[in-house]
Design a protein around this ligand. Sequence first.
Ligand code: Q0N
Length: 287
Amino acid sequence: MPEAAVHVGSGKVRELYELEDDRLLLVASDRISTFDVVLPTEIPDKGRVLTGLSGFWFARTRALVPNHLLALRPDGRSTECRRLQMLPIECVVRGYLTGSGWKDYCATGAVCGHVLAEGLRDSDQLPEPIFTPATKAEEGHDENIDRERAAELVGQERLDEVEQTAIALYRFASQHAAERGILIADTKFEFGLDGEGRLVLGDEAFTPDSSRFWPADEYESGRPQPSFDKQFVRDYCETLGWDKTDPGPELPAEVVAGTRERYVEAFERLTGISFDEYLADPQVVLR
Ligand code: Q0N
């Protein structure tokens, strides 16, 4: 990256820089967050795992919707992207009832205007995946909104297109993942528009940071599920009596090593490619 690269955005664990010719560089760090707090200890190669997975999915979903990916850099953690005009909503698809969807259902019987059957339990699979948009919060939590509010933000026609596209993406990836022992409970997309007003998938796609991955062999509805990737970190944090406010705790070496292994395992199961091969040449995920 050039020395004086203009920084155009940052997430908790990723950074976005300007490149020439209306391109951006998205760089995934090895930072990890839990309970919404970024921890002081990094997970080696986490950013590479997420970048490789995202590239894998972008390459395989191009027929469903074009995406912003232009190139993966040899470092395995940096993606050159097309600069888009981003839509002002978070596009969430849920195949299972958990997290804020479960909370909203318990309080109202509905999630983002989808009225669901009575008597559903924590982590139940939904009969059909549902599109549950949210606003982009600068600070704190995104707020779930109904489709009426989302249509005010992006227009009804565009919203219909986004909903159809997001559900199709979720169906494709969740089926692929389930065949490999990973349930994708829900996932978040960010879409933008290109210069011709075409819908384009941006950000990252179907990574463990943008989705909830659950180990299929441990799935049991009626209770919260273990996280495929972050469960060691959560379990360790729960032993400390930490109040889950910033700053978070340092992680011991065995928790770091076990967590790195889980990220690499998710990568290898989902892509069918060895992570060492990815490190040697990140392009392997695009073929
Ligand atoms: C953009 N964000 C959201 C990455 C995600 N292709 C793009 N063109 C224009 N803007 C964006 C993208 C993308 N992706 C997306 N902000 C700007 C959040 N960021 C935070 C930093 O890490």
